[in-house]
Design a protein around this ligand. Structure first.
Ligand SMILES: Nc1ncnc2c1ncn2[C@@H]1O[C@H](COP(=O)(O)OP(=O)(O)OP(=O)(O)O)[C@@H](O)[C@H]1O
Length: 313
């Protein structure tokens, strides 16, 4: 645990007007948000939303074409930041001819002074993998375990994971999720976890970044984002949107027969009338925003970028 980890208000990632384009097409456009240090942040969004692009900029592998993204208040490619950040890309590049032990040795040599062999080996042992096995002979899920062991062994302050669990069986996924949670709790590591598996995120992530079409739609503490929305159910008895909804921001409103289901923001106070309301699940919240591209974006106060970033641009 580093001395700085629990300083209040420390920032792991901060974007101001971030834009990234491939040729003429913008993959990220005008993205502004902040992820405080020590959070486990879910990075979600449909295919092509810009999640991998954002992670590659944060890992210092791509440059911003507009605005900026800072990592611990510095530039992502800053040599000071390199040892603090571990990035696990979707394709998890590993050398197939290396054994698991060779791979960990490479991790140790690339990370002098801050490599935790015991931590990396523990993850390997938990999967009953032999240190002498060749990486090329392992299954996709086993290779994922080796890649995660490399990332954990680095003892990063920021762990960037691009859909790391896609090829793991449910038991191993559960175990890896627990390992991630332990990592975050014991070492106050900030984790940004891109995933399409919403069930994998609920109860694991305490922070959320929802992207769609290269823009930020939601950012902030999961708990606060859920608490500022209501799932509304009731009988639909009048044409058009119910009049009680007029003073609220309606993210989504769907009518099936006589049944109305809506997701409504509650900053303006409780909803009047005969409606049954409850707090949405994370899945309800995400799906409603994804189905409603016109719904305004929402950032909780802790996700608003601070002025400090402008110095790093
Ligand atoms: N190397 C590239 N060359 C050209 N366009 C690219 C490249 N990489 C990504 N893009 C485009 O940038 C946009 C964002 O892609 P990105 O891979 O960041 O999305 P994603 O949210 O990670 O998607 P997925 O969930 O499918 O992995 C997409 O429109 C994609 O086609």
């Amino acid at each position: 645990m580093t001395e700085l980890t629990f300083l209040p208000g420390r920032t792991a990632l901060e974007a101001v007007g971030l834009g990234v384009r491939y040729r003429r097409r913008w993959a990220l456009r005008d993205c502004s948000f902040r992820v405080p240090a020590g959070r486990v942040c879910a990075l979600v969004g449909p295919n092509g939303a810009g999640k991998s692009t954002l992670l590659s900029v944060a890992a210092g592998l791509r440059r911003a074409d507009a605005g900026a993204l800072s990592v611990f208040d510095g530039l992502p490619a800053d040599p000071d930041n390199r040892p603090r950040v571990a990035y696990l890309a979707q394709d998890k590049p590993l050398y197939p001819q290396f054994t698991v032990a060779d791979t960990l040795r490479m991790g140790r040599e690339l990370n002098p002074g801050h490599w935790d062999q015991a931590r990396a080996e523990r993850l390997i042992r938990q999967g009953n993998l032999s240190l002498h096995a060749r990486v090329g002979s392992l299954s996709g899920g086993q290779r994922t375990r080796v890649a995660l062991a490399l990332a954990f062994g680095k003892r990063p302050e920021l762990l960037l994971l691009d859909e790391p669990m896609g090829d793991l069986d449910p038991l191993v996924r559960h175990e890896m999720t627990a390992a991630l949670m332990t990592e975050a709790a014991e070492n106050a590591t900030t984790i940004v976890l891109a995933s399409h598996v919403l069930a994998e995120l609920e109860g694991v992530c305490d922070y959320l970044l929802l992207l769609s079409g290269g823009r930020v739609r939601l950012a902030g503490e999961v708990e606060d984002l859920l608490a500022t929305h209501s799932l509304v159910v009731g009988r639909h008895e009048e044409a058009g949107e119910p009049r009680e909804f007029r003073d609220h921001t309606v993210v989504e409103c769907r009518v099936t027969g006589r049944q109305l289901t809506a997701l409504v923001r509650t900053e303006e106070g409780p909803l009047a009338g005969r409606w049954e309301t409850s707090e949405p699940s994370l899945e309800d919240l995400l799906l409603a925003y994804l189905r409603s591209p016109q719904a305004p974006s929402l950032l909780t106060p802790s996700a608003e970028p601070r002025l400090g970033l402008r110095r790093a641009v």
